[in-house]
Ligand binder design. Structure first.
Ligand SMILES: [Zn+2]
Length: 239
């Protein structure tokens, strides 16, 4: 049995429907209005959509990942064709520069993940990896030719740092460290050299500044975990 309220609503719906039938131009106008509203609030609407999507991803990333994978698979060829077209359009130098920046950004964001990916790539492509290392070591040696620190300069530098690691103060296994790595354009001059313990030299491709940021972060996390004294002397370089 239809209640009074239900009947009122049904009748209102019917009136609306009849009105719309008498005014076919309504549909077009409604669509127009909606389009206008969308254009006016575009940023807000998109932001809200993104927000919802992010929340959904945070709650359960799997369906979204699967959807993305499916989309990527479905559009693989177009995407690759588009990629090739863009690649050809951009000058080679500019592209290399961008790739370099992207690599640096990825490395900075998550060094461990980047190194793991690199390692996996080397394992998949051993010959290309060897060729790459050979080429870059030749380039590096050529670039550093004739400009290198002397052993006297090195000994003086170590003495200046009291025989300690410039990052953490350890005196164990002190080795040569490049403040800006050679592979990233650093020189072999003494101004680019620091004494570092083997543990700190794991920074590998980071610059001194990037490594200090990492050390500070680790130290903060260590303090949060109550591990006082971890890398406690980070940031003691006098150079
Ligand atoms: Zn150290």
């Amino acid at each position: 049995m239809e209640s009074k309220e239900e009947r009122r609503k049904r009748e209102a719906r019917e009136r609306t429907r009849r009105w719309r039938e008498r005014h076919p131009e309504y549909k077009e106008r409604a669509r127009e209005l909606q389009r206008k509203r969308h254009v006016e609030n575009r940023a807000e609407i998109l932001a809200r959509g993104n927000e919802r999507e992010r929340a959904r991803y945070a709650a359960d990333p799997e369906p979204i990942k699967a959807r993305n994978r499916a989309w990527y698979q479905k559009n693989k060829e177009q995407r690759h064709a588009y990629y090739l077209k863009r690649k050809a359009a951009i000058l080679a130098d500019e592209r290399r520069q961008r790739e370099r920046e992207r690599t640096r950004r990825r490395y900075r964001d998550d060094p461990a993940a980047w190194l793991a990916r690199q390692k996996a790539w080397r394992e998949r492509n051993p010959e290309r990896a060897h060729a790459y290392v050979r080429a870059s070591s030749i380039k590096r040696r050529r670039a550093a030719a004739g400009q290198s620190f002397t052993s006297a300069e090195w000994l003086a530098l170590v003495e200046y740092h009291g025989g300690s690691c410039a990052y953490c103060g350890s005196k164990v296994l002190i080795e040569i460290d490049h403040r800006t790595p050679l592979i990233r354009g650093g020189s072999n001059l003494i101004a680019n050299i620091l004494p570092a313990c083997r543990r700190c030299r794991r920074k590998r491709r980071m610059t001194e500044d990037e490594f200090r940021v990492l050390l500070q972060r680790e130290r903060r996390q260590g303090l949060e975990l109550g591990l006082e004294g971890l890398d406690g002397k980070a940031g003691t370089t006098r150079s």
